[in-house]
Design a protein around this ligand. Structure first.
Ligand code: HEM
Length: 387
């Protein structure tokens, strides 16, 4: 059994830059048992894709391993096909019916307002003053619900991000579960909504048939979507801004219409917010010749797979025209992100708003990082906005 005692996802070095360690793991330890997480860690692209797609062998739903899931944690993300399929299809249809052009215009207008309100040259914290309000505004606009209080919501989201690291820091579970219950309460307040409203919730209510209307699965899933949107947009707007602030050539390149779509995908491959996810083996299997027993947890490190040289040439370089770019920043298989287009639209809006206003980001001081391993996010990003 291969163990790497020095691999600690929450250590300051790993939080700052996990990629050299991932590179070593990709070459030397494609599958290893992490005693802290009590899980197999899988890093190669092909292995991660297999684990994520082979849902009959690798469960997302812990109930398939005999664990009882309390009602407040039941949502689309905790179910597997075939039970998951009708609910996921309903949510995907509601997502697809949203007017992307309207949401994009709304995103750019919001960002322009915030950016032009900043004193030119004066340093400010990008995360608190831009990423957080933007993520909240866009998530509320997508779902068609009132914006929750910014500070209270940031606390809920952070609690849920800490809960994702339960394997590493079980002491965070009570705080995380309390945050999930508060999120569900918020979700409850969005149902029912009047007919004719725009937004994803109103659309869901119109589409839901007897099977789902009134079910806590749909309300919990809607709440979970709000947070999946808020948490990832917050983190990715920060990760992208850090890259823009440290490489002055990036924004002019990214702003070229021919590069923006592939460029945004490349930023997500290069330094996305979702570092990994996990599954539970429900039958004995092997990965890279290592035996995985039924009941074992398997962590797929998506961010490591996104630097796998077997799939990505020069994986540590940002290539804005990288095509194809089969990165796993949005996962793969039956749990792949269905908010990916909206997530990319939001990042594109940041690029457009900055370049339309002729603005450049410049670091004002070193950023600080959140001590979360599953979600890779800055906590503060002090920047100047130059014109
Ligand atoms: C850049 C932004 C985003 C990134 C990097 C991202 C990443 C991911 C990843 C990696 C997964 C798969 C997790 C797994 O397999 O366990 C996922 C699932 C999910 N994401 Fe996103 N996401 C983003 C934006 C969004 C947005 C805007 C929404 C809005 C609704 C959203 C909703 C979801 C949902 C509902 C799932 C669970 C799907 C399921 O389990 O069936 N995401 N996301």
């Amino acid at each position: 059994m291969t163990t790497i005692p020095l691999y600690d996802p929450l250590s300051p070095d790993m939080l700052r830059d996990p990629y050299p360690t991932y590179a070593r793991m990709l070459e030397e330890h494609p599958v290893h048992w992490h005693s802290g997480m009590r899980a197999w860690v899988v890093v190669r692209h092909a292995d991660c894709v297999r684990v994520l797609r082979e849902h009959r062998t690798f469960a997302r739903d812990p109930g398939r391993n005999g664990e009882k899931i309390p009602d407040f944690r039941q949502n689309v993300q905790m179910m597997d096909p075939p039970e998951q399929t009708p609910l996921r299809q309903l949510l995907v249809s509601a997502m697809r019916s949203q007017d992307k052009d309207r949401l994009f215009r709304e995103a750019v207008a919001f960002l322009r307002g915030r950016l032009t309100a900043q004193e030119s040259g004066e340093p400010f914290d990008w995360m608190a003053n831009l990423a957080a309000p933007f993520a909240l505004h866009m998530s509320a606009a997508l779902l068609g619900v009132p914006e929750p209080d910014e500070e209270a919501y940031a606390e809920i989201s952070h609690g849920i991000a800490l809960r994702m690291d339960a394997g590493l820091a079980p002491e965070n579970i009570p705080q995380g579960d309390a945050a999930r219950k508060r999120l569900n309460e918020l979700g409850e307040s969005w149902f029912p909504r009047p007919e004719g409203d725009t937004g994803l919730i109103a659309n869901l209510i119109r589409r839901a048939d007897k099977e789902f209307s009134g079910s806590h699965y749909i309300r919990n899933s809607a709440a979970m979507m709000f947070n999946a949107s808020y948490g990832t947009i917050f983190a990715m707007v920060g990760n992208a801004a850090y890259l823009l602030a440290t490489d002055p050539g990036l924004l002019p390149e990214l702003s070229r219409p021919s590069l923006v779509a592939t460029g945004v995908d490349e930023l997500i491959r290069y330094d996305g917010p979702a570092q990994g996810t996990s599954r539970i083996a429900v039958s004995d299997t092997t990965i890279e010749g290592t035996r995985i027993a039924a009941g074992d947890s398997v962590v797929t490190l998506l961010a490591a797979a996104n630097r796998d040289p077997r799939v990505f040439a020069d994986p540590d370089d940002i290539k804005l025209d990288r095509r194809p770019n089969p990165h796993l920043g949005f996962g793969s298989g039956p749990h792949a992100c269905f908010g990916s287009e909206f997530g990319k639209l939001s990042i594109t809006a940041v690029i457009n708003a900055l370049s339309d206003e002729g603005m450049r980001l410049r670091l004002a001081a070193e950023p600080t990082r959140r001590t979360t391993a599953t979600v890779r996010s800055l906590d503060t990003l002090p920047v100047h906005l130059d014109q």
